[in-house]
Design a protein around this ligand. Structure first.
Ligand code: ADP
Length: 431
């Protein structure tokens, strides 16, 4: 059967503080145009003229503060307006953060200490599908619109809004986030954990958080502007047990001073009690939007795979990755942690086997690696891998054991910038 006929272009009117919630189908994009008034998508204003192409699978809200007329062209899976949004609460939160940034900047100008010149470090927490990434995006775009350059930190290894899943990363946001292209990728700082869930090796997840925090701290100390703008930190939706512990760890590691809790009273209360001894952390409960679309684990698994594909092929499938071949001897692949510890029988009597979760294990290249993602480390020596960020990723397309050759695709042509590679459990299968 052919595709259903697309509906004709249509107009849609938004009252002040109303939003149109739209789901774009997986196989088509939707064009949106502002006809009159003003409107924004997750904090970024629609341009006054011209069509904007919303990519397939997007779930968005087009919100207007003062009223707008829109034109839509293309199919949607759902499309409905709502006046019940938490946007006023969100923008008020932004205003409070903005005042804190201004205070930090003023303190810096008067030669204030590091504490006084530090802008808000906001961490957004809540269960999956509470709208965390979306709120981060709005807070960042609103701040950038006012000229701030806040740092976005993404700790959500399950989805990954900066780069591929499995990473802990950060990037400065210098202008409102592009509606189509998303987070800018010019200079992200990326640490590669390599799995979509922290439970595989929580200690390594913590080590990478620490490394990232340390690097950001160093950058902030030399840059009053980004120090005053502060950070917005996105987290995982896992808020119980180990997930909760890691949240507390993140708050501490990044010295967060504003915790925004989305849509869960219990989590808010727990966090509030947990940090009450620290006077300068505000734990704030925020309403979640009813517009946030629930995604089941299968859907999330799919989006993960799409994120990996996007890295190589571009959001609009407009990039052509480069295929390349290396000899096994030209690269060294390592896995972090999970190595076999020495068996008890091999240890001196009385010694306990110590499992070092951050231990580096050299792995032999095998056909098991086909379809997996490898990260290219900036480390110069293997023992620096655990404290180094990564330059990018390759996707293994073939392994020829006999000829000892590995075939991969990369987004850029040319030789690998480093021979040290990190193995992962992230896969993507070319459809
Ligand atoms: P979380 O980060 O908590 O898992 P997200 O912010 O990623 O949740 O939101 C889940 C999905 O819902 C995303 O696809 C997002 O674009 C969509 N979404 C968020 N807010 C709205 C809204 N008001 N209307 C429509 N879709 C929304």
């Amino acid at each position: 059967a052919g595709a259903a006929a697309a509906p004709p272009p249509r107009q849609s009117k938004l009252e002040p503080r109303e939003e149109l919630r739209v789901e774009v189908p997986p196989d088509a994009s939707l064009r949106v145009r502002l006809v009159a008034g003003t409107a924004e998508i997750f904090g970024t204003e629609l341009p006054p003229e011209g069509w904007v192409s919303i990519p397939p699978r997007s779930k968005i809200a087009i919100f207007s503060w003062h009223g707008a007329t829109l034109e839509l062209d293309g199919p949607t899976e759902s499309e409905y307006p709502s006046v019940e949004t938490p946007m006023v609460i969100y923008v008020n939160t932004h205003a409070i953060l903005d005042a804190r940034r201004a205070r930090a900047r003023a303190a810096a100008a008067q030669g204030g200490d590091l504490e006084a010149s530090q802008g808000p470090r906001v961490i957004v927490v809540g269960p999956t599908d509470s709208g965390k990434s979306t709120l981060c995006r709005m807070l960042l775009s609103w701040a950038a619109k006012l000229g701030w350059k806040p740092t976005y930190v993404d700790l959500d290894i399950g989805q990954g809004s900066i780069t591929i899943p499995g990473c802990i990363s950060a990037t400065p946001i210098e202008k409102p986030i592009d509606i189509v292209d998303g987070i800018p990728l010019e200079m992200p700082l990326v640490y590669f954990y390599g799995h979509p869930t922290p439970s595989i090796n929580p200690d390594v997840y913590k080590v990478f958080m620490k490394e990232l925090a340390k690097t950001l701290e160093r950058q902030f100390s030399g840059n009053a502007e980004s120090r005053a703008a502060g950070m917005v930190i996105n987290t995982m939706g896992w808020v119980e047990g180990l997930g909760y512990e890691l949240l507390l760890n993140a708050i501490e590691t990044f010295k967060a001073n504003v915790v925004l809790v989305l849509g869960q009273e219990k989590l808010w209360k727990m966090l509030k009690d947990a940090v009450q001894s620290k006077p300068n952390i505000d734990v704030v409960k925020l309403q979640k939007s009813e517009g946030v679309v629930l995604r089941n684990s299968k859907y999330r698994q799919k989006t993960r795979s799409f994120r990996i594909k996007e890295y190589f092929y571009g959001i609009a499938n407009d990039l052509a990755p480069h295929s390349n071949i290396v000899n096994f001897s030209d690269v060294s692949v390592y896995r972090i942690g999970g190595g076999h510890q020495a068996p008890r029988s091999a240890l001196p009597i009385g010694a306990e086997p110590v499992a070092d979760p951050t231990r580096l294990v050299a792995v032999n290249i095998s056909t098991d690696m086909i379809h997996t993602v490898l990260a290219i480390s900036y480390a110069k020596e293997p023992d620096e891998i655990i404290s180094s960020n990564v330059a990018g990723f390759i996707h293994v397309t073939d392994v020829d054991i006999q000829r000892k050759k590995l075939t991969y695709i990369a987004p850029c042509p040319g030789d690998l910038p480093s021979r040290l590679l990190i193995a992962s459990s992230l896969t993507w299968y070319e459809a």
